[in-house]
Design a protein. Structure first.
Length: 48
């Protein structure tokens, strides 16, 4: 079974994204389809 992370938007819509495990057993959320599914993007303030 694939682990999922649920993201709920302010309008109440929810979307599931796969949770992946890295080489050092850290967890990450695959949001590669976030924009396509939701129209939202992400922001990394440390990168801006």
């Amino acid at each position: 079974m694939t682990e999922k992370a649920k993201i709920t938007l302010p309008d109440g819509q929810s979307f599931d994204f796969p949770v992946l495990t890295g080489s050092e057993h850290e967890k990450g959320i695959d949001i590669s389809s976030l924009r396509k599914q939701t129209g939202y993007i992400t922001l990394d303030p440390g990168f801006v």
